[in-house]
Design a protein around this ligand. Structure first.
Ligand SMILES: Cc1cc2nc3c(=O)[nH]c(=O)nc-3n(C[C@H](O)[C@H](O)[C@H](O)COP(=O)(O)OP(=O)(O)OC[C@H]3O[C@@H](n4cnc5c(N)ncnc54)[C@H](O)[C@@H]3O)c2cc1C
Length: 392
């Protein structure tokens, strides 16, 4: 196909969704891909930042996501093979909780419904198999064999490098100021240019409300933090022995990953910060009080951890009221929106990137779950109101 008839698709934001959409689109020879990112190539301000994210297929958020996760897993592997980089550590994801906990019950529901590869543990089996965890009396565990950790920054670099190698034009340090539909196309305005596109993919994460006022009532920013602690015995926390984990006790959701740096493990708890409306309201650091509290939790869940964090960072993510992502195409089919990944969306980035690519190239949207459309979200917003915080 000649270059003149290629469809020009501009991706706004090259974070998790945007980078993966750029990779998927760059494989097609009928489109010209332009990606625009306000910061540098793989920076430290996106919702993806912080070394790794937990991947799971046994999913307490519900069975709706399981086929998406299975497809994502396949695509993570494909990205890994194409890039030659290690991105996806399939070390398992271990959920520990009391058996009547809603998270445990819904996780087990998805295991049964989709026949997911797993190991179940009663309290004593759990203590024997995972001795680094302080297992509470009555706790049960389920190890999701397809779970583990994904290296976030490395994954984005892999996707962006492959997209550029396939001809995508990626522009960094270029903020998009406005997206304007006009007859026959869309104009993307930056401080120096007006870029014409056939279709735009809005993948601007926590910044999305600045570019699309329709999202203003729907999205809230949850402040989320990460902490790393040093164990006395690092060998027992390396990926070959220690799965990613999730623990739910009372109001505390504690999660983490095996050591990727060789001296500390990521072990973090859900946040107590109030929700924000704009990224500028998000604090850049933890308070000492908050760090001390998480340190005590870390020590309680893992007695061999030193409770002083050796690393910590504060991030944010755009949340919808029911924590389902927004995947939408405008009536004109010229603006595709993928945002509101609600604190659990990194694992889906390849599938959401692929969906964005399909919505941008195939009229009618090609079978995307209508539950994720903007109209469906706005309907639900009318009954439940905006996200108020406290979720994880
Ligand atoms: C601390 C923390 C822990 C998490 N844990 C998990 C986990 O264990 N598992 C999991 O699956 N998910 C997890 N998540 C959620 C996941 O990381 C996010 O949902 C995901 O990264 C969001 O992707 P995104 O593409 O929407 O946003 P981002 O990755 O933030 O990308 C948005 C990009 O758009 C750019 N941009 C914005 N506005 C503009 C503009 N006007 N012009 C140009 N560029 C622009 C930004 O600079 C950014 O690069 C966690 C999130 C956090 C913060």
């Amino acid at each position: 196909m000649s270059a003149q008839v290629r469809k020009r698709i501009v991706i706004v934001g090259l974070g998790a969704v945007g980078a993966l959409a750029a990779w998927r689109l760059s494989q097609r020879d009928d489109v010209e891909v332009v990606g625009i990112e306000q910061y540098g190539k793989v920076h430290d301000r996106g919702s993806y930042a912080g070394e790794s994210r937990v991947f799971r297929t046994a999913y307490h958020e519900g069975g709706r996501y399981v086929p998406m996760l299975q497809e994502s897993r396949r695509l993570w592997r494909e990205l890994e093979q194409h890039s030659g980089r290690e991105l996806y550590l399939e070390v398992g994801a271990l959920s520990i909780a009391q058996p009547d906990r809603i998270e445990m019950r819904t996780t087990l529901d998805t295991v049964r419904e989709f026949d997911l590869p797993h190991t179940l543990y009663d309290t004593e089996e759990l203590r024997r198999a995972h001795p680094k965890h302080n297992v509470h009396d009555g706790d049960v565990g389920v190890l999701d064999h397809h779970g583990g950790g994904i290296r976030t920054e490395v994954s984005l670099m892999a996707a962006l490098d492959l997209a550029e190698a396939a001809g995508a034009q990626l522009r960094f340090h270029t903020p998009v100021l406005a997206i304007e539909e006009e007859p026959g196309g869309v104009v993307v305005r930056t401080p120096t240019e007006a870029i014409r596109a056939d279709t735009v993919i809005l993948a601007s994460g926590s910044w999305s409300t600045r570019l699309d006022p329709r999202l203003h009532d729907l999205l809230r920013l949850q402040v989320l933090g990460l902490t790393w602690f040093m164990p006395t015995d690092i060998a027992d926390f390396l990926p070959e022995r220690f799965p990613a984990f999730l623990r739910d006790v009372g109001p505390v959701h504690f999660f983490g990953a095996p050591s990727l740096d060789g001296y500390s493990i990521k072990a973090s708890s859900n946040p107590t910060w109030p929700v924000a409306r704009d990224v500028d309201e998000v604090p850049r650091e933890y308070t000492r009080h908050e760090l001390a509290k998480i340190g005590q939790q870390a020590k309680e869940f893992f007695p061999s951890l030193n409770p002083e964090p050796v690393r910590s960072s504060v991030h944010h993510c755009a949340y919808t009221p029911d924590r389902t992502p927004i995947v939408d195409v405008s009536e004109s089919e010229r603006v595709v929106t993928v945002t509101g990944l609600s604190g659990h969306g990194f694992k889906f980035a390849p599938v959401l990137g692929e969906w964005a690519a399909r919505l941008a190239t195939q009229p009618g949207g090609a079978g995307i779950d209508p539950h994720f459309s903007l109209a469906a979200h706005l309907d639900r917003l009318a009954t439940v109101g905006p996200y108020r915080g406290g979720g994880h």
